[in-house]
Write a protein that binds this ligand. Structure first.
Ligand code: CA
Length: 260
């Protein structure tokens, strides 16, 4: 697949967007527009395949049409919500206030009427993805630890000014830890947010990828400074410069606006 939107550093795939839409010509428009903007596009033409995609591919954001062949999109919202925290943007031809309220009440994050412009669609997606990083008031998120700058939105890890190549899964795992930096993240949450809910029993995956990340990030992977075990429960990305652990000090995660 062509990955656009990354002009330097290793090509890392952009955030994934699941487009749930049964109108093929509209799906093509979405796919072209979103791929040019640097997103990976997943597609589903029915409610059933939408659930399947969410279950297995764990998209970063979901665009949901309400008029689907097998199910009303509104009833799909709580089902998707039970599987993922990814933002759901309803994209519908229905303009009635009541339809919007129903979709938002069901758990959708946003609602776009189908006469939208492309810049508006892309802006709403950016807002949705920013919410996903649990940071609503910054244009971009950088998590700093040691010599590393982990740029979540640009999807790259820099050591000083040099990019560190991460596979897509390694990136996603580190991103999950970075979003909860300095907190213990359980293996279950790591599996759910990195691989999707269908993988919640695959605890071995986390061990394997933490091991791989440590080899790339840690000076001594056997004595990690950043990617720490938190007992048998999970892992923590330590961003603090303090060497003490478990001191209850407030998070020192630095989230700042990335240099333009
Ligand atoms: Ca439709």
């Amino acid at each position: 697949m062509k990955v656009l939107g990354n002009t330097d550093g290793p090509a890392t795939p952009g955030p994934s967007i699941l487009v749930v839409e049964d109108d093929k010509s509209l799906t093509r428009v979405f796919a072209t527009t979103l791929e040019i903007a640097g997103y990976r596009v997943l597609q589903a033409e029915s409610g059933q395949s939408a659930i399947e995609e969410v279950r297995t591919r764990n998209p970063d954001i979901i665009l949901l049409d309400l008029g689907l062949p097998d199910v009303d999109g509104v009833s799909l919202v709580p089902q998707i919500r039970s599987l993922t925290t990814a933002p759901i943007i309803v994209v519908s031809g229905r303009e009635q206030e009541a339809d919007k309220v129903k979709a938002l009440d069901a758990g959708a994050n946003d609602y776009l009427v189908k006469s939208f412009s492309v810049p508006e669609l892309l802006a709403r997606i950016r807002v949705g993805l920013r919410g996903r990083a649990h940071v609503r008031d910054t244009a971009s998120t950088v998590v700093t630890f040691g010599d590393y700058n982990f740029e979540l939105e640009a999807r790259r890890l820099l050591r000083g000014s040099r990019p560190v190549h991460l596979s897509s899964t390694e990136f996603n795992l580190l991103a999950t830890l970075a979003r909860h930096a300095d907190q213990c993240v359980s293996t279950e949450v790591l599996l759910k947010e990195t691989w999707g809910v269908a993988y919640q029993r695959k605890r071995g995956y986390v061990r394997v990828y933490v091991h791989a990340l440590r080899r790339k990030i840690e000076k001594d992977p056997a004595k990690p400074k950043y990617l720490l075990n938190e007992g048998r429960h999970g892992y923590c990305l330590r961003t603090s410069t303090s060497t003490s652990r478990g001191d209850g000090s407030p998070s020192t995660t630095r989230l700042r606006r990335a240099a333009a």
